[in-house]
Design a protein around this ligand. Structure first.
Ligand code: NAP
Length: 348
């Protein structure tokens, strides 16, 4: 039986593992699997950082060329998971950052299993976690750090063109030939949408940022940069009405309606990137643990990582609908590991 199992492999999961390992709890991380189903659900291992280009605001990574550091810090067995480092980045990329935190956790003795947790039994001790392939893991404590995944608009035509021009991840798909030197659109006005729009300017001839209000939600510095980018045109007060295209070419355009009573508009694009927020990855926990109205793991004790089940703790975006930063996820992973250590010590 394990002392602690951590479910999830983003910054929260690996930071929890690092602290648990240093507390001699010999943690096991169930990191998730690279399956088609996870790809479609947006629940691939390594969390949302794996889908982020440049991370400029994680402490310890000021602008500078970290090529040599990465070469020495990331184990050879994991190097193939990373694209070659881009020395023009202002610091570190998302995949590099999460790979570095993973390496740090493994360095201190974290063990890793590549599996998805499909079901849990928290009704008696030891807790049981059931893997997608049928493996059962028994443990005294659990840290849930499964993060959140991208939302879609839910239009029928959006579904029809998924993976044929409609994507929720510019970093994953933006460099595909279908988008190169052609106009594309990004939906949303938050940090993700604006960052994706900027990223796409590397490949696309023009990027329409389609936002339902007349003000961006994105942080000021990100918004200012996008507004100064000549390749980005913001269509204010607009929402997608219909994704246009055909079987042969996929997406060819998007019809947008106005939120302030103007006429509909049709924009020719070869791709639409949907960046309208995220849903917590708690499907496997429904009915097993307290969740909030929005489906996030509920934390009944203020400033603690406790959940409604004693011995089950949580960290990161799966329990956070407010801050949702790599920094806060990592910090909450640290808190969950400390809470777990103290809980186990009290049991002894
Ligand atoms: P978000 O901040 O929740 O923004 C979602 C955007 O989508 C909003 O602009 C929202 O419009 C729009 N939207 C939502 N539902 C919509 C719908 N049905 N139709 C049209 N538009 C819709 O989500 P996010 O951009 O993914 O960011 C999530 C969190 O991660 C934030 O805390 C953000 O700061 C953080 N983040 C940080 C970084 C960074 O620091 N480098 C990068 C990415 C994300 P309204 O504005 O009208 O609500």
């Amino acid at each position: 039986m394990e002392k602690v199992i951590i479910i999830g492999s983003g910054p929260a999961g690996w930071t929890a593992a690092m602290y648990a390992a240093r507390a001699a709890l010999s943690p096991l991380v169930i990191e998730g699997n690279f399956t088609q189903e996870n790809q479609e659900r947006g629940t691939l291992p390594m969390g949302q950082l794996a889908l982020t280009t440049e991370v400029e605001n994680f402490p310890g990574f000021p602008p500078g060329d970290i090529t040599g550091y990465l070469a020495s810090a990331v184990p050879a067995s994991r190097k193939e998971m990373l694209a070659p480092h881009d020395p023009e980045l202002n610091g570190v990329s998302g995949p590099e950052l999460v790979e570095l935190i993973r390496a740090q956790a493994v360095h201190f003795g974290t063990r890793v299993v590549t599996d998805d947790v499909a079901d849990v039994d928290f009704t008696s001790k030891p807790f049981k976690l059931i893997g997608a392939g049928g493996n059962t893991y028994e443990t005294q404590t659990v840290i849930i750090a499964t993060g959140a995944s991208a939302n879609y608009l839910g239009l029928e035509s959006e579904g029809r063109f998924k993976n044929r021009g409609v994507s929720a991840c510019a970093v994953c798909d933006g460099a595909l030939p279908r988008f190169r030197n052609k106009p594309v659109a990004v939906i949303g006005g938050g940090d993700s949408a604006v960052e994706e729009a900027e990223y796409l300017t590397k490949f696309a001839s023009k990027v329409y940022l389609i936002h339902r209000r007349d003000q961006l939600r994105a942080s000021k510095v990100v918004a200012k940069r996008a507004m100064g980018n000549p390749k980005i045109e913001i269509l204010w007060n607009r929402v997608p009405k219909e994704f246009l295209g055909n079987d042969k070419d996929g997406i060819t355009g998007i019809q947008v309606s106005s939120t302030v009573g103007a006429a509909d508009l049709t924009v020719d694009v070869s791709g639409v990137f949907v960046a309208i927020g995220h849903t917590p990855n708690t499907g496997f926990l429904r009915g097993k643990i307290g969740l909030t109205e929005k489906g996030f793991v509920a934390r009944p004790v203020p400033f603690r990582s406790n959940t409604s089940v004693q011995g089950v703790f949580t960290a990161g975006d799966v329990a956070d609908d407010y801050y949702r930063q790599a920094n806060t996820a990592a910090a909450s992973g640290c808190m969950a590991a400390i809470d777990t250590e103290r809980y186990l010590a009290a049991l002894e």
